[in-house]
Design a protein around this ligand. Sequence first.
Ligand code: HSE
Length: 446
Amino acid sequence: MSVEKFGPVRVGLLGIGTVGSGTFEVLSRNAAEITRRAGRRIEITRVADLDTARASALVAGRARVDADARALVADPEIDIVVELIGGYGIARELVMSAIENGKHVVTANKALLAVHGNEIFAAASRKGVMVAFEAAVAGGIPIIKALREGLTANRIDWIAGIINGTTNFILSEMRDKGLSFDTVLAQAQQLGYAEADPTFDIEGVDAGHKITILSAIAFGIPVQFGKAHIEGITGLQSADITYAEQLGYRIKLLGVTRRRVVDGRAIGVELRVHPTLIPERRLIANVEGAMNAVWVKGDAVGHTMYYGKGAGAEPTASAVIADLVDVARMLTADPGNRVPHLAFQAESLSDLPVLPIGEIETAYYLRLRVADEPGVLADITRILADAAISIDAVLQREPAEGENQTDIILLTHRTIENRVDAAIARIQALSTVLSGVTRIRLEELN
Ligand code: HSE
């Protein structure tokens, strides 16, 4: 018995690089199963790529190939455009044209959605088309599906994610094998994890794009990448990785978004990416190499964690094809009855503000180089006490032989960042504090 209730859905692919070729391959390999699930065949019938020779070799006659992306998004034979070009430039123009031409869009482009998502979703709603983007966050992990649908009963409290494989790979390899930053970055590029511009990975921009999208879906707010606070891993020192381990923590580049509630009232949303100490006993602290993991805390469900490959040809293709199946299943549905782009109905988005970084609340790791003299620690702890910052742990190294200075490491309880910064300024003014204070945020995630 045929499972096909309708004729095939015709897909145009913009870009057949790593993810595009993975999509072609998986769609073709699993065609029978995918058809049984979607109820109709999903066929890539046209591919646009500047490197037509390479594209033609990959496609091997199974679809039309040329370099004319603008013609593809205007082609009346195409139902769904899959955008795998990346970036904010031509990709934005093509996605907007595809929408204007009434095509549904599937994209893996987190940068585009984090920066221009509001405009793209508004245009798609006007035209009654879907824009699906599972592959934009955490590659093959179905985190968009989980947040937007599986957890729809919940008030989401917070999300913390390792959502950039390149930096997690770098931090893991540096810690495990003592390799240099540059050596490991080159490996990540060879393995196809890194962005075309790897500064997007190591400076936290890629993770910033992804947490911006997750934050919007979790809290029903517009995408606001410009308000995200972003720090990468380039300033991280190996001494801090070592001290963190001695205190029972791992340092990860985390994307964090949290609804801040004060006196029972939500006052804003934290939206940030930065190196973070996490207790090593937490599952997420043990996510190594290029793997991704997203931890979501919902009020009803409690803690949930989603783990898997966040990059690579077939894991990302898995997400692209899941979107294709979703779109294929919903093609005939009334647009008003489809899952909203940002999980909440567009007219019900909230204006809860994204909080400035100084107003976030978290715990801190502080490292100081101090003179080894009586009263130094007391002076520092008094400043913290004056600022109502409570200390959780202190580690003081024995001075090296013949030295009269040493490192002190302090862990604080949760407090407001502005308060910590003011205290650090006072601590640095002490004559016995011999260097700037290294400050790394710490999340207990409990
Ligand atoms: N550059 C990204 C990463 C690829 O390293 O995770 C997937 O978005």
